[in-house]
Design a protein around this ligand. Structure first.
Ligand code: NAP
Length: 277
């Protein structure tokens, strides 16, 4: 499915180049050399090139100052060939990540993390939406999972995943419950879910006991261990009970990258007056 979305974007990029002469460009910004971040950025850049977009990646050393980073963001903000800017987080500890994100113009904020885009989402107005939760909605739609009136439970309330996920489900008229580290009876609440989205960052926190028979389970978690990647859901146990379940690796991760491309194309179209769907 992620491949199909990427192919759709590639067709959109080609059409845009033909009609406007403009090719969308994605500027990924990596500060330092965190191994996981390097992998994420490499995958995003590859997908961007495969979709026919311009890879405008920029790298800064781990010891970069706040001024160096903000100067770079300002340069990318002003550059016409840059349709989207993505600062790979986490940033090194000496930097103020919120201040860096605040420099990104909302129209180029393809990660949907600026306060302006988060505010638009909170108000149910159009804007660039965070890639991981929009990828989850796309998956649910593709598998015709009914959201209207459904009980949806989101485990996690981060700005990156949990909160926008809950808002997108609400926008689709699900009845949404958000769980977090202070939630009592997590398993009991999860068992009430028709649609359970888990983004807690705790390996295997959800097992079969926390899944209602036939429920749809979306595992956002990613953990690198000795035996490869695993998620927040104990897949084997939950899969015995669930109606539909996403694997890790291979479920939400590829959709996140696909939606980054969707957002970059959308940003480019809005910028160059080529707003066709
Ligand atoms: P995060 O910022 O650490 O947030 C985790 C959330 O889970 C917090 O709201 C926290 O509650 C809640 N939580 C922690 N322990 C819990 C517990 N025992 N019971 C219930 N809730 C608990 O993490 P994140 O950025 O949202 O990411 C979550 C996971 O998704 C991570 O594994 C991350 O690697 C993965 N991820 C994957 C993708 C992808 O493309 N597949 C993208 C982004 C993130 P409090 O608010 O109370 O602390």
């Amino acid at each position: 499915m992620a491949r199909r979305v990427r192919d759709e974007v590639a067709a959109g990029v080609a059409a845009m180049a033909e009609t406007t002469g403009m090719t969308p460009g994605l500027a990924t910004v990596l500060i330092g050399a965190d191994p996981a971040s390097e992998v994420y950025v490499r995958n995003k850049r590859r997908a961007c090139v495969a979709a026919g977009m311009r890879d405008l990646h920029r790298q800064l050393p781990a010891e970069a100052s706040q001024a160096q980073v903000t100067d770079l963001i300002d340069e990318l903000a002003a550059a016409d060939e840059v349709s989207g800017i993505l600062v790979q987080l986490p940033a090194p500890a000496q930097l103020d990540a919120e201040a860096i994100l605040a420099r990104i113009p909302p129209a180029k904020d393809v990660d949907g993390l600026t306060i302006a885009n988060a505010g638009l989402l909170a108000q149910g107005r159009p804007g660039l939406r965070p890639c991981t939760p929009s990828g989850v909605i796309r998956l649910l739609d593709e598998y015709a999972v009914a959201l209207e009136g459904a009980q949806a439970v989101v485990v996690g309330r981060s700005v990156l995943v949990g909160k926008p996920m809950a808002q997108l489900l609400l926008e689709r008229n699900a009845t949404v419950t958000v769980c977090h580290s202070r939630t009592r009876d997590l398993a009991g609440i999860c068992r009430s879910a028709d649609v359970l989205v888990v983004a807690a960052g705790v390996p295997g926190i959800i097992d079969g006991d926390a899944v209602r028979p036939g429920a749809t389970v979306i595992d956002v978690g990613i953990h690198r261990g000795e035996r490869g990647l695993r998620g927040d859901v104990d897949y084997d146990k939950a899969a015995e009970v669930a109606g539909l379940i996403t694997p890790v690796p291979g479920g939400v991760g590829p959709m996140t990258i696909a939606m980054l491309l969707v957002n970059t194309l959308a940003a480019a179209r809005a910028r160059h007056g080529a707003d066709q769907p």
